[in-house]
Design a protein around this ligand. Structure first.
Ligand code: SF4
Ligand code: SF4
Length: 333
């Protein structure tokens, strides 16, 4: 696979790109899944009944592992996704009480040091981009403590790989254990990177899926391209990853976006759409028009019908990653 660096991100903007409302993301919409068809029930299936069916991958143990895997995301995300330092994080050995900003002599070397630390904290891929504010959620929907001031100009975007063996067992609760674990690793990694930057005297906001659209930021930061399945596809990790980011004013050097043929591959491949039991993945040409209220407009892509997707999740009694496991870019074990 040849990975080419680009001067501009490999997506096509069509007209205006209004900042997307966080309230319109699929999980935030209380009516999510009700605006499309009647193929799937709109209420979650009773997990106890699913466990009683005794199917492989849906045991009580599988659900327990899945739920425990999300522990750090469920606790740390609420606690730590803000501009404030964590209680207890300050004052450890070697840290100044009120650190002035660390001004590196060599910004490129400093950027590599931050990336190396991000990998220490669990990132499997790291990129930096100038912050394109079109990808921030509309301010009115973001809590004040997570809004991004105008002088914050960089995003560090990080990918954490998900366990491929478990993802290959999608759509079971066993596979969802890998997803939940990814969410917890996102929280750990982003919060540690933010604390590192704050220790060096810079402002930093760690984020999971909140505050901004992760995929265009990841593309801008050179982590990959977007596929038909609506996921970021990384040259080595494929779509078998989760994304987190840190917004900062630290003097980092942005990377370049990349291209390695995903668009051409997806134009002739429908393996994710074939595998999707919800028929949520487009088989049509790319478009900038939404197919459900949870799509942002203005960027040419294969829009994913999040309503149909989530209806399947509810019927399934857990999440789904069939479109990740089916993708030829997902590394084999
Ligand atoms: S997660 Fe599952 S239901 Fe949703 S789009 Fe992917 S394959 Fe379809
Ligand atoms: S399965 Fe095929 S069409 Fe779908 S994202 Fe992967 S390469 Fe693209």
């Amino acid at each position: 696979m040849r990975v080419r660096e680009l001067q501009e991100p490999p997506y096509t903007i069509v007209g205006d790109v209004p900042r997307f409302s966080r309230k319109m993301t699929a999980f935030a919409r209380p009516s999510g899944g009700k605006s499309e068809g009647k193929r799937q029930p709109s209420k979650p299936k009773d997990v106890a009944a699913i466990i009683a069916e005794g199917r492989d991958g849906y045991s009580r143990m599988d659900y327990a592992v899945q739920n425990a895997a999300r522990t750090m995301a469920a606790t740390m995300g609420h606690l730590a996704y803000s501009w404030e330092r964590l209680e207890g994080a300050r004052g450890s050995k070697g840290e100044l009480a009120e650190p002035p900003p660390h001004e590196p002599e060599d910004a490129a070397a400093f950027t590599e040091q931050i990336k190396e630390a991000a990998q220490l904290y669990g990132a499997d891929a790291v990129g930096v981009c100038e912050l394109d504010r079109r990808w921030l959620y509309a301010d009115e929907d973001v809590p004040a403590e997570r809004q991004v001031p105008a002088d914050i100009d960089k995003a560090i975007v990080m990918a954490v790989a998900m366990d491929r063996q478990r993802i290959s067992e999608s759509p079971t609760a066993r596979a969802a254990g890998a997803t939940g674990n990814g969410y917890s690793r996102m929280a750990f990694t982003a919060v540690c990177v933010a604390e590192l930057l704050r220790n060096l005297g810079w402002r930093a906001l760690p984020c999971g899926n909140d505050t901004a659209l992760s995929i265009p930021l990841a593309i801008d930061a050179g982590l990959g391209e977007m596929g038909r399945n609506g996921s970021l596809i990384h040259p080595e990790l494929g779509p078998c990853l989760r994304l987190c980011k840190v917004f900062t004013d630290a003097p980092l050097v942005p990377g370049k976006p990349v291209e390695f043929g995903v668009r051409e591959q997806c134009e002739k491949c429908t393996m994710c759409a074939d595998q999707c039991e919800a028929s949520a993945i487009s088989r049509d040409e790319m478009t900038a028009e939404p197919v459900c209220p949870s799509n942002n407009r203005g960027v040419l892509k294969w829009p994913l019908n999040a309503d149909l997707c989530l209806r399947f999740w509810r019927a399934n009694g857990t999440g789904c990653a069939d479109c990740i496991s089916a993708c030829p870019y997902t590394p084999k074990r």
